[in-house]
Ligand binder design. Sequence first.
Ligand SMILES: Cc1cc2nc3c(=O)[nH]c(=O)nc-3n(C[C@H](O)[C@H](O)[C@H](O)COP(=O)(O)O)c2cc1C
Length: 331
Amino acid sequence: MFRLGTIELERPIALAPMDDVTDLAYRRLCKRFGADLVYTEFTNVEGIVRRVPRSMQKLEMTDDERPVAIQLYGSNGESLAEATKIVEELGPDFIDINCGCWVKKVANRGDGAGLLKDLKRFEQVTRSVVENTTLPVTVKTRLGWDDKSIVVEDVARMLAANGVQALTVHARTRCQGYTGRADWSWFERIKTAAPDLPLLGNGDVETPEDVKRIFEAGVDGVMIGRGAIANPWLFRRSKAYLATGALPPEPELRERVEVCLEHLRAQVELRGERRGVPSFRKLYGNYLKYARNIAHLRRILMTLVEVEPIEALLRQFLEKHENDDLSAGAA
Ligand SMILES: Cc1cc2nc3c(=O)[nH]c(=O)nc-3n(C[C@H](O)[C@H](O)[C@H](O)COP(=O)(O)O)c2cc1C
């Protein structure tokens, strides 16, 4: 059983925080499809302290997505403490600290994965949050800065000693970025180092079979990022696979189009048409995966700026291709 404060979950599958992907609209959708835990996109503590509108908007949550975490990042103790208090008032179920972001402008400043180079500072960051909230605090990190400095076992012990209640590990180093494969063999060693700290495994989980395999690697929960982009079905299919051992089919084209449109409308409601439609363009490819003859359709979708013509076009495409064999399209 995975326990976090009063939250109790059996083999939870979490939607990873992803900037510009896991906004409120998408989190709610994934929740409906079975995601057990969801997180806001990472938000810098300085933006929260100054109550920058774009930062505060990222922190909006709704009751139907609970349990939901707000994810913070930063390394200034005072800002972390103040942001933690502000965030607690917003009512998340727990607070997650991003200690794994690898992008230069974050990590080279000593934030995110930059903390893996300085465990004293990592500990101070953790304490600045834990000591300023009554909510459970969790941490998300990577294995270490590079393959010569893997510190994740020390990190797990340090976090457990400082009252952190769960750890997520993306099983790559900062220097790997997204190259190579996530090395799930670390999960057992992390559990040995900190047996009482619930561990969520993350990295390269793309299918229900991967979900089963990563649980077998010794984690208490799974977190899925890229594999869940425009693919909320992965949660439902993975749960069914874990429960029965039978792999449910991929959704039909009709369901893909309907859910794609539902997501688009929710995103536009949240961000407005001018911002919501262009930022949705990166998602059509995944939603329409397996459909044949989509090159032309995608080219047109990239030019449209309003929801109505997009909906009309997708429905027209559906009428024409509904009976295509999707598996053949994948070949
Ligand atoms: C577009 C994108 C945005 C991301 N934004 C965040 C973020 O805001 N916070 C965070 O902790 N990780 C972020 N990540 C990392 C993911 O949460 C996850 O750790 C990583 O993608 C590895 O998991 P995966 O192989 O399942 O994708 C992001 C990843 C992607 C692809």
